[in-house]
Design a protein around this ligand. Structure first.
Ligand SMILES: NC(=O)c1ccc[n+]([C@@H]2O[C@H](COP(=O)([O-])OP(=O)(O)OC[C@H]3O[C@@H](n4cnc5c(N)ncnc54)[C@H](O)[C@@H]3O)[C@@H](O)[C@H]2O)c1
Length: 253
């Protein structure tokens, strides 16, 4: 579904991002995997090097950066312009979750969660948009997928996290307008997914989430990756500005 496509995935070294990388590669795409965690990026490379001996060709490049650092992101896009100017996909996946009530947040924590979860996606969207459609004589088609959350639609017991995930839905709709007709922009809003991020969700909140789900089968990282691949591919060519609720029917009334 993604042959000859070149896709950036942020937060690519673990959890949902790692699975998105695996699915994109197996669908024939080349992937530029970004993460702040250098060690985990090395592990990702080794994993796919091993697989490439038997599976699809190895077309993974990794890049270590903090997505909330504007000058580092600018440097990354300067590198892409030189080395990967045929880029056509972006998955804004990196995010952090502190699992705290707003009453317990310190100022630096509020800034950090907003910086990573919102500003990171804003910087990547802006620079990706400029790269594909910044020059009138050389406009190209592409797709962006933003990983929001059920928390962005329904609220979160962590207000700062919830507001950042709601912000991504606004970013999705506005970028869909700003980048049309060249870049389609959609969001995926998963319910709880079993990754290291889930380890910090309080037990009572996990039970509450599960009790709201109509389908009794947990959403896995690969389920999110399947939806992301669909949104990156031409099969989803009529979707832009949309949010895909991947939540087992959570909160339906
Ligand atoms: N796990 C869930 O229940 C769930 C549910 C809904 C949405 N999400 C969203 O899915 C996305 C992925 O979450 P996950 O569950 O895989 O979490 P995870 O913690 O397993 O992975 C997040 C990745 O992002 C990277 N990262 C963190 N800060 C970064 C930064 N500043 N720059 C670059 N990389 C950074 C981490 O190193 C890590 O590899 C997040 O945006 C999260 O909000 C997760």
């Amino acid at each position: 579904m993604l042959s000859n496509r070149k896709i950036i995935v942020t937060g690519a070294a673990s959890g949902i991002g790692k699975e998105i990388v695996r699915y994109c590669l197996s669908e024939g795409a080349s992937v530029i995997a970004c993460d702040v965690n250098k060690q985990a990026l090395h592990e990702l490379e080794s994993l796919h090097e091993k697989q490439s001996l038997t599976d699809a060709p190895f077309k993974l490049t990794t890049y270590q950066l903090d997505i909330s650092n504007y000058s580092r992101v600018s440097g990354f896009f300067a590198y892409l312009t030189q080395e990967h100017s045929d880029l056509d996909g972006l998955v804004n996946n990196a995010g952090i979750y502190l699992a705290k009530s707003i009453l317990d947040y310190q100022e630096d924590e509020i800034v950090r969660v907003i910086d990573v979860n919102v500003k990171g996606a804003v910087y990547f969207s802006q620079m990706f948009g400029k790269m594909l459609i910044g020059k009138e004589q050389n406009m190209r088609k592409g797709t962006i997928v933003n990983i929001s959350s059920v928390s962005g639609l329904e609220g979160s017991s962590d207000a700062i996290y919830g507001l950042t995930k709601a912000a991504l839905l606004g970013l999705t709709k506005s970028c869909a307008m700003n980048f049309a007709p060249y870049i389609r922009v959609n969001a995926v809003a998963p319910t709880m997914v079993n990754t290291s991020m889930m380890e910090v969700i309080p037990e009572w909140r996990k039970k509450e989430y599960l009790s709201h789900q109509l389908i009794d089968s947990p959403v896995l990282p690969e389920d999110v990756a399947e939806t992301v691949v669909f949104l990156l591919a031409d099969k989803s060519k009529h979707y832009t500005g949309a949010t895909f609720d991947l939540n087992n029917g959570c909160y339906l009334r």
